[in-house]
Design a protein around this ligand. Structure first.
Ligand code: ZN
Length: 434
């Protein structure tokens, strides 16, 4: 089974649509589910009884999605091949009593989610999106995708030190967006506005998870349009590549003869530590994989055999060599844009990759016909972490950290090579197909 170059720039075009349609984790999982539905996947309820049927299935829970394809050839102890990512990105999120302001300005009180580059959120036109929880127990997505809010930077005339001393932002005082004019700020104004936008009665909105997003759409950039600029590439770039790889694996002519059960696991809350019912440090993935074994008539022994043979490629963004700060990188590890996905290594287990994991990823890339690069941080500059080590420890499955090298990680608008997303998808697909 050859998987050479199954994805191309068409994949990156679709990534642009995916990013634009996914201003919140809840939208991201809906965008993934929409693509999986087109590939024949069907949603299964967590409170329903599961059966032994084959084919593509998925579970949605908040901002997380677990999807898997059971081939005809599967036994109860068939191992899984998991590709993992996270759906959340650093941003500004609406506080419980958001209606605020002063001096004639209306403002929305926000909390800082994760670790954004705060400066990158200044002077951008922002929309508002997320999830509304309704009185009748249902929830619905909302996306007000127009210039609605803005965090205005202080004029240079009132902050003369900004050039010499750098910009200093107080997370509480300086990051509250304005969204209009008025002295008559009343509690409930924002939710009444959101209700109106959605054609709902404000009294029916009894809970909400709302966040801001830059409305500028993603765009190809550079002399030859060889780069892609856009929001939330950390880590919707990976969620999108994982979704495309799983959908392609499940619709290939020989899908029912796959030696593994391919799985997509996209979690929420990576940016603040993964400890939630929809985060990688929760039981969601393990419960789904275990229930799938039992639904196929398996025993605890079958589950243990399946998990022992399971491997996970956890994909997240990493750092491309920055031309203005090359000294911040390790002297010999310089990931470049459009040179293929990266293998992420850290011997102190901030990344889960080991030599055996490297071999797994090298084999997948070789089979896919894509190059890969190694990322390791400068010893004086500790690296970030991701869901890889958590997944390995939580479920006891071999895990390899991979991804795509980008610039401006955690900026409101990040930058990557336009060909790396489709090379990542090719490597993930080759891995799923074994
Ligand atoms: Zn990330």
């Amino acid at each position: 089974m050859s998987t050479r170059a199954r994805f191309d720039r068409g994949h990156t075009d679709d990534l642009i649509s995916f990013l634009a349609a996914s201003p919140s984790p809840y939208h991201a999982v809906a965008s993934a589910a929409e693509r999986l539905e087109k590939a024949g996947f069907r949603q299964v309820g967590e409170t329903d009884a599961w059966d032994a049927s084959t084919g593509g299935k998925y579970v949605l829970r908040g901002g997380a999605i677990i999807a898997w394809f059971v081939p005809e050839s599967a036994t109860p102890h068939t191992p899984y091949r998991v590709i993992g990512a996270h759906t959340d990105s650093p941003n500004l999120r609406v506080k419980p009593l958001p209606d605020s302001g002063g001096h004639g300005w209306r403002q929305v009180a926000v909390e800082i989610y994760g670790g954004p580059l705060l400066n990158s959120w200044l002077d951008r036109d922002l929309g508002l999106a997320g999830r509304l929880s309704l009185r009748d127990g249902t929830s619905r997505l909302v996306n007000i995708d127009r210039a609605l809010l803005r965090v205005p930077q202080l004029a240079i005339h009132m902050d003369r030190g900004v050039v010499s001393d750098g910009l200093k932002l107080d997370k509480q005082k300086h990051m509250q967006p304005i969204w209009g004019l008025g002295d008559d700020v009343r509690e409930g104004d924002l939710i009444r506005f959101v209700a109106e936008e959605c054609g709902l009665d404000a009294a029916d909105i009894t809970g909400w998870d709302l966040m801001t997003h830059p409305i500028e759409p993603p765009a190809y950039l550079g002399r030859d349009r060889e780069l892609l600029a856009g929001p939330r590439m950390d880590n919707l770039l990976s969620v999108h590549a994982c979704t495309a790889a799983l959908a392609t694996a499940a619709t290939a002519p020989d899908a029912d003869a796959l030696p593994y059960i391919p799985v997509l696991a996209a979690f929420d809350h990576e940016e603040n530590g993964s400890q939630s019912d929809t985060g990688a440090d929760g039981p969601l993935l393990g419960t789904v994989l275990e229930r799938s074994v039992f639904a196929r008539g398996g025993t605890y022994e079958d589950k243990a055999r399946a998990f022992a043979g399971t491997v996970c490629l956890s994909s997240d963004t990493g750092h491309a060599i920055h031309p203005n700060y090359a000294e911040r990188h390790d002297p010999t590890h310089h990931p470049r844009a459009n040179r293929g996905p990266i293998l992420k290594v850290n011997v102190n287990n901030r990344y889960a990759t080991d030599g055996g994991g490297r071999a797994v990823f090298a084999a997948a890339c070789e089979k896919a016909g894509v190059p890969f690069q190694s990322f390791v941080s400068n010893n004086a500059m500790p690296c970030g972490t991701t869901i890889g080590p958590i997944t390995a420890a939580r479920h006891g499955i071999q895990t390899v950290d991979v991804g795509v090298a980008i610039l401006s990680m955690h900026s409101a608008r990040e930058l990557c090579g336009a060909d790396d997303p489709h090379m990542l998808a090719d490597a993930l697909l080759a891995f799923l197909e074994g």
